[in-house]
Ligand binder design. Sequence first.
Ligand SMILES: Cc1cc2nc3c(=O)[nH]c(=O)nc-3n(C[C@H](O)[C@H](O)[C@H](O)COP(=O)(O)OP(=O)(O)OC[C@H]3O[C@@H](n4cnc5c(N)ncnc54)[C@H](O)[C@@H]3O)c2cc1C
Length: 387
Amino acid sequence: MHYGESAELTMLRESVASVANDFGSDYFLRTARAGDKTDELWAALAKPGFLGVSVPEEYGGGGGGITELAVVVEETAAAGCPLVLLMVSPAICGTVLARFGSTAQKEEWLPGIADGTVKMAFAITEPDAGSNTQAITTTATRTADGWSLKGTKYYISGVDEAAAILVVAATRDESGAPLGISLFIVPVEAPGLRRSVIPMEIVAPEKQFTLFFDDVVIPHAAVVGEVGKGFRSVFEGLNPERITGAAIETGIGRYALEQATRYGRERSVWGAPIGTHQGLSHPLAAAKIELELARLMMWKAAALHDAREDASEAANMAKYAAAEAGLRCLDQAIQMHGGNGLASEYALAPYWGLARLMRIAPVSREMVLNHIAQHSLQLPKSYGSVR
Ligand SMILES: Cc1cc2nc3c(=O)[nH]c(=O)nc-3n(C[C@H](O)[C@H](O)[C@H](O)COP(=O)(O)OP(=O)(O)OC[C@H]3O[C@@H](n4cnc5c(N)ncnc54)[C@H](O)[C@@H]3O)c2cc1C
């Protein structure tokens, strides 16, 4: 076993950090609060190929894996610029299309995902199914020319900046007989697709949407992978989603530790820097330990995924551990700052929404614990099905 980082990954990390640090928390928070998109940052990351590191080379990407993408995600977040759409467009959609898309779909979508000119959203969650994705009722019914899609999805990120949405739907044949779950690429402007914004208390450039599909016509060519085998394809994208979700959180944790340690060295109220008080330094040190443990599991999960081995246990554990550790780092950084921890100037409190999100999405803390209890510990299941 080797735990060190390769020279290539370190170089990638440093290069991404140098781009993202030119933007930093001031830019990110100002842009998000104004309701704008971080387009300048996205373009600056796209130019050297950072957005496409995990896309195959033949489609214009860097030919790396989720390890490289997690480095990009973590470094941008550590610079104070956590980008949720990296977790969705290259991580989920890019992975699923590269592994299961037709040649035509790969040629149409992957070059744009790689160079950042195209974003793709991902829609699985439904109001009446929530965590129980096996219970989704959005249905694509086969017609003479393709499929007709009906149903509702909610909490779908970034639809206003995406060109298309990768939609998970139950499929039925012309007579209504069930064919299983399938994946469809649906353009955001497809007739019959409406969206409404869900107002959120998260400071982030990405907006959340409820989507209403009212007999949206989809051609056969828009099905990704085999009809009825959609869950297999989705699972390929969910581990990258969890790993990059973990990377957003470890990045926020690193950002918070950086602010906390700087302040702890500089601020003095009893004649010595406040960082000398163990009541502050010990919880911060404990948070640092938890953060590094979460990062270890995250790199393990990414390595397993990239080696095409089963990464589900490690990806779930990494997402769980990262959410807990990142939140602890942020909370302790706020504590280190006293009243300043909640002041706009110190740019800590606005990240709480995103940091807290990772306990809920892309898969909740409880569903991770269910997964580990059932699959790792082989305990009996106490409820219906788990994704
Ligand atoms: C900001 C944001 C962005 C998102 N982006 C996307 C996106 O782009 N695409 C997408 O498809 N989805 C997205 N989601 C949805 C997200 O994946 C869901 O919110 C999450 O999976 C939980 O589903 P739910 O909100 O319906 O909660 P529910 O399923 O209603 O769960 C409510 C609570 O009950 C707990 N719970 C549920 N079942 C069990 C059980 N069996 N045992 C123990 N506890 C249980 C849950 O853990 C949770 O704490 C996003 C959500 C947010 C908030």
